[in-house]
Design a protein around this ligand. Structure first.
Ligand SMILES: Cc1cc2nc3c(=O)[nH]c(=O)nc-3n(C[C@H](O)[C@H](O)[C@H](O)COP(=O)(O)OP(=O)(O)OC[C@H]3O[C@@H](n4cnc5c(N)ncnc54)[C@H](O)[C@@H]3O)c2cc1C
Length: 413
């Protein structure tokens, strides 16, 4: 760990600096001096990455200051009640799923769960069909009555041979052929990423499986559940330790030189940390249109995808996802955007190259640890971010205990 950062109160004070200066002046002239707030950790961002680390470090006796420039905790997983009293996800639907018992057990300390298996339908050729593509999708779409075995042969007959699967287009056409690719993936990917699937890493469409059975669950993970009282309540429980102080509506730059800390954990965009010195890393953003309707339900399932029509990619209905009973219902439409809050790192080889340059800068900062989706420029789900944060905690802990071997093992886990 490094020494606390020096303070440099001068002209041009920010509000936080002014406050600290006033408090210091007051302490000198009026009240007996209060002990300085000396934090072991300054954590930037109160999403999954920051909150897991705050909780773990606080539980091990460290004093933590966690700041977020937004007005709430939870990062993109934040949920709240809208004007109608429906529990919504302002940053788009967040469905929890994981194969990691460790991650599930860890989060279970802070929430009870409601079992929930997400289902998605795609609006294709005027029909609502199951997505990911399964036996019913193909039979319904083409008016067939294939069995699972016959569907395997069907896919083999329409699949296009691809010598080396490199792009998102390669992944799909080599598995289910061009027609299904065009109906389900091409338009959706173009809308979502502003790029043709032939220009995107294979990893993007490889996330979506193809099934020959009738399983219509969107995810196949062992653990699929939603926090019973919502994500925000779970985050509140994680951050409830007296060792944790929370500052909202605060960009870390406002306080970084004012409040003493020993080590920083940064979970914001890595390029912003280094003032975009190599240029901006490309992120994809979204605009959300939230609506409330006087109906019990609007959609047959949690999400309906629109691969080919309209400017939005999908519509999601929260009551399916949260299980809330209410006489009205709230939905969200997602409109992909090039500009706006950074949501999705864009997986392309040249972006990975650019990230490597920022990663080298990050590696040269022993006083700062970079964790999370934006700080490590990875297309991570919530459970992967939790796993990454838990591994980071083990590494920090081992390093503090002077056990480099332990820290290496934690790095690999
Ligand atoms: C539309 C959408 C849908 C998703 N759906 C799912 C899903 O269904 N299932 C799933 O598992 N995952 C989903 N994800 C992914 C999930 O949101 C992320 O894995 C998770 O939120 C990442 O957590 P994080 O802590 O790394 O980042 P974030 O949640 O982005 O938190 C980072 C925080 O840092 C703060 N910050 C940044 N810069 C500063 C600064 N300078 N000063 C102070 N604070 C700062 C930000 O305000 C933010 O609150 C979805 C993501 C999106 C965008």
């Amino acid at each position: 760990m490094t020494e606390p950062r020096p303070q440099h109160p001068t002209q041009d004070l920010t509000a936080a600096e002014q406050l600290a200066a006033d408090q210091q002046a007051g302490a000198l002239t009026q009240a007996p001096a209060a002990p300085a707030q000396d934090f072991d950790y300054l954590i930037v961002g109160a999403g999954f990455a920051g909150s897991v680390l705050a909780e773990r470090l606080a539980a091990s006796g460290q004093r933590v200051l966690i700041v977020d420039r937004r007005s709430h905790i939870g990062g993109n997983a934040y949920d709240c009640y809208d004007d109608a009293g429906v529990l919504i996800h302002p940053y788009g639907p967040h469905i929890f799923h994981t194969n990691s018992k460790d991650v599930f057990d860890y989060l279970s300390q802070f929430t009870e769960w409601r079992p929930y298996q997400h289902r998605v339908k795609a609006n294709v050729d005027g029909q609502l069909v199951p997505m990911p593509i399964n036996l019913d999708t193909v039979n319904q779409l083409y008016g067939l009555s294939l069995t699972s075995f016959e569907l395997e042969d069907f896919f083999a007959s329409v699949a296009e041979p691809v010598e080396q699967v490199r792009t998102s287009e390669d992944v799909v056409v080599s598995r289910v052929g061009r027609d299904l690719y065009q109906k389900f993936f091409r338009g959706y990917t173009r809308k979502q990423w502003g790029l043709d699937p032939s220009e995107l890493d294979a990893s993007v469409t490889a996330r979506v499986p193809t099934r020959t059975n009738r399983d219509d669950r969107y995810f196949a993970d062992v653990y699929q559940a939603m926090p019973l009282h919502g994500y925000t309540r779970m985050f509140q429980n994680m951050l409830s330790s007296p060792n944790i102080k929370l500052m909202l509506n605060t960009d870390y730059r406002e306080i970084v030189d004012v409040i003493p800390w020993r080590h920083m954990i940064y979970t914001g965009p890595v390029d912003a940390f280094f003032d975009h010195c190599y240029g901006a890393l490309p992120y994809r953003s979204l605009e959300f249109r939230h609506e409330t309707h006087d109906a019990e339900y609007l959609l047959p399932v949690g999400t309906v995808n629109y691969p080919n029509d309209y400017a939005y990619t999908r519509v999601s209905e929260f009551k399916h996802i949260t299980g809330q009973r209410h006489h009205q219902t709230s939905v969200v439409y997602e409109f992909p955007r090039a500009e706006g809050d950074p949501y999705y790192p864009v997986p392309r080889p040249e972006n990975a190259e650019l990230y490597k340059r920022y990663e080298a800068l990050a590696d040269a900062r022993p006083d700062v640890t970079f964790v999370g989706r934006l700080a490590t420029y990875r297309y991570y789900n919530m459970d992967q971010v939790v796993a990454q944060a838990l591994a980071t905690f083990r590494r920090l802990n081992s390093a503090a205990a002077g056990d480099p071997q332990g820290s290496e093992q934690a790095e690999q886990s």
